[in-house]
Design a protein around this ligand. Structure first.
Ligand code: PGA
Length: 243
């Protein structure tokens, strides 16, 4: 696994946006695994600029998001459905709504919804590129420490640190959902290529643990050492000390 410091989040975001753009340019029916969160904002902004400048036909591109909160309607402002609409799908017309997939956070039966989503990934996948952020506790998707490496899409209980980190998107911390539906670690590992982004000093410890190479469910991202095609891009602040 190569960890590359691209200097600033802006530079790294542009690099990854260009990578996604090239993927869609070279393969019209590309399948992209998408992530949400603060880390991804500049990347989507750069991608939207590239798409608008070049009017790329993305009508056959299919997207699969990692996760959604349980209990939030798709039109809730803090839902990941809305995040994706605001940052990408409403900014560049042309992504076919029928080819944009996220788990349904208000499905009557979350377990059945998780199984449906995993079956969809198996039927339509594998994704060509999966984009990932990383939690301060090393989570990927909402796969918190202790999640089994063979997990598929499932209902998860969010940890206190994740609820705290995500409370900035809600009026009140008490409003943050306590559960989500997330692709599992095995679901993520099915991707052909994985690109993880981490910016800021608060991510340095998680990247340091990832860089150490010890594979453990205590730091879920370390499963990525078992994948043959992973790239990690960080900024100066998240770069581990070189030993
Ligand atoms: P962030 O979240 O981009 O908002 O830091 C990343 C994550 O928790 O996976």
């Amino acid at each position: 696994m190569k960890i590359t410091n691209l200097g600033t989040s802006k530079q790294a975001s542009f690099y990854v946006a260009t990578t996604l753009y090239k993927q869609m340019l070279q393969k019209k029916e590309s399948k992209l695994g998408l992530a949400t969160g603060g880390t991804m904002i500049e990347m989507y902004e750069a991608l939207v600029t590239l798409l608008n400048n070049n009017r790329l036909d993305v009508s056959q591109v299919e997207t699969f998001n990692l996760d959604e909160y349980i209990g939030l309607e798709a039109d809730h402002p803090a839902s990941y459905h809305q995040y994706m609409n605001h940052i990408l799908f409403n900014q560049y017309e042309g992504f076919d709504p029928a080819k944009r997939h996220l788990p349904n956070g208000v499905a009557e039966n979350p377990e059945r919804e998780a199984a449906r989503y995993e079956a969809l990934l198996d039927e339509r996948g594998p994704v060509d590129i999966q984009i990932l952020g990383i939690g301060q506790n090393g989570h990927i998707g909402f796969n918190e420490p202790g999640t089994p490496f063979d997990s598929v899409t499932h209902r998860v209980d969010l940890t206190e640190s994740t609820i705290e980190a995500n409370s900035r998107y809600f009026d009140d911390k008490a409003d943050v959902p306590k559960q989500a539906i997330s692709m599992g670690l095995r679901s993520i590992m099915k991707a052909k290529r994985i690109i993880l982004l981490a910016f800021g000093a608060h991510k340095k410890e998680a990247i340091t643990q990832l860089a150490a190479g010890h594979i453990t469910t205590d730091v879920p991202a370390t499963i990525l050492h078992l994948h043959p095609n992973v790239e990690v891009y960080v900024d100066d602040a998240a770069m581990p000390e070189l030993s």
